[in-house]
Design a protein around this ligand. Structure first.
Ligand SMILES: Cc1ncc(COP(=O)(O)O)c(C=O)c1O
Length: 379
């Protein structure tokens, strides 16, 4: 480690999965004997331990076993895979859905289906690492634009089109950025893409189940969104992921995506849990909106307490602290008050903007906000 350059050494993180250091509880983590309320995980709807998901996973475990034992196109497909793909396609209003073992893998597959070395990819500066790895692997030319800056996208699209009227263009963004809590103006972005004949990939990992009509995501109903990617590891409380697109691109993925064809199919109990989560979300179309309303209340109170108003309007509330050590101190201070938060520091976020990433969950007790405000005031 000593031989690493200082910039790289700074990125190293300590990770001590010691027994008893952090144990998941019904509502949070248990550090030694004190339970901590979870204000850190992406389990926005509190479904991870929902009895309906657990029962669905257990039943599938009995039916199909733990793992799929093969890839989807060889021996790994079970009826539950097809059922989840069909339900999701119906819910999202897309022709075709394909499951992947993880969102990271789905994003690699998405970029590889939409871009090659003849293509230029225009990507938000803050997109997820998996999307960047996908662009690198595709051989496409990458141009970044400032976070959620539509003028910057417009200028880039115009300059690309002026230089080459026929070049394939792909725009890549997310519908809810996980460290910022912000969302792009997707309707305007789709209009720009249509005008300049660019395809658009939207990663809905953090928005699905929470944002958009009845939690269907912010790309719902936007036909010019070429493909969306989603994961079951966040609001769906399970694991695994999917891509949703039109019939033609769905067939391209099925026939040529190595990330789909040459990997063991998503474990059946996880698929069953994701399907159960989808059914719950469909039966509770107001869950997402309730969470958004609660998050606005949290933002109002944090601002009134003198904090910079956390950006965005969804369940991710970045509380900007500034210095790295100050963010860590705040994390420990909240931990003492029984709250689990995580200090996010550079290089994950820009220098000087270390923050506590507060994550609101549907099942947090009402008094959590009061506990949080009191703990922050004590600092
Ligand atoms: C925006 C975004 N996309 C994709 C992923 C990857 O999803 P998964 O955890 O299912 O691999 C994540 C999660 O880390 C994410 O935050």
């Amino acid at each position: 480690m000593e031989s690493l350059p200082p910039a790289r050494r700074r990125q190293l993180r300590t990770w001590v999965p010691a027994p008893g250091s952090a144990r998941l509880q019904a509502h949070g983590f248990q550090a030694e004997s004190d339970p901590l309320l979870d204000l850190a995980s992406n389990d926005y709807l509190g479904l991870n331990r929902h009895p309906v998901l657990i029962a669905a996973a257990q039943a599938e475990l009995e039916r199909s076993g733990v793992g799929a034992g093969g890839s989807r196109l060889v021996s790994g497909s079970r009826p539950v895979h097809g059922a989840l793909e069909a339900e999701l396609a119906d819910w999202l209003g897309r022709d075709r859905v394909l499951l992947f073992p993880s969102g990271f893998q789905a994003n690699l597959a998405a970029i590889s289906a939409l871009a090659d070395r003849h293509c230029t990819v225009l990507a938000d500066r803050l997109i997820h690492h998996s999307l960047l790895v996908g662009v690198q692997a595709s051989g496409a030319r990458l141009k970044r634009f400032a976070h959620n800056d539509l003028n910057a996208v417009k200028e880039l699209l115009e300059s690309c089109r002026n230089r080459n009227p026929d070049q394939p263009l792909l725009v890549v963004t997310e519908s809810l950025f996980s460290m910022e809590g912000t969302s792009p103006a997707l309707m305007e972005l789709t209009a720009l893409c249509r005008q300049h004949r660019a395809r658009l990939l939207v990663d809905e990992a953090h928005a699905l189940g929470v944002l958009g009509p009845a939690g269907r995501g912010l790309a719902y109903g936007l036909e010019d969104v070429t493909m969306i990617s989603g994961t079951f590891g966040k609001a769906f409380g399970s694991g695994g992921a999917f891509l949703a697109t039109d019939t033609q691109l769905g067939e391209v993925l099925l026939q040529s995506s190595g990330a789909f064809r040459y990997t063991t199919a998503l474990a059946p109990p996880l698929v069953a849990a994701a399907l159960a989560a989808l059914n719950l979300i469909r039966h509770h179309p107001d869950w997402g909106q309730q969470l958004v309303e609660r998050s606005i209340l949290w933002r109002d109170h944090l601002q009134a307490a003198g904090w910079q108003r956390p950006s965005g309007c969804g369940p991710i509330l970045p509380l900007i602290v500034g210095a790295d050590q100050a963010a860590l101190d705040r994390q420990h201070q909240l931990e003492k008050a029984g709250l689990l938060t995580v200090a996010i520091r550079p290089p994950t976020v820009p220098e000087g903007t270390a923050r506590l990433r507060l994550v609101l969950h549907r099942d947090l007790p009402d008094e959590t906000l009061e506990v949080l405000l009191r703990a922050l005031a004590d600092g």
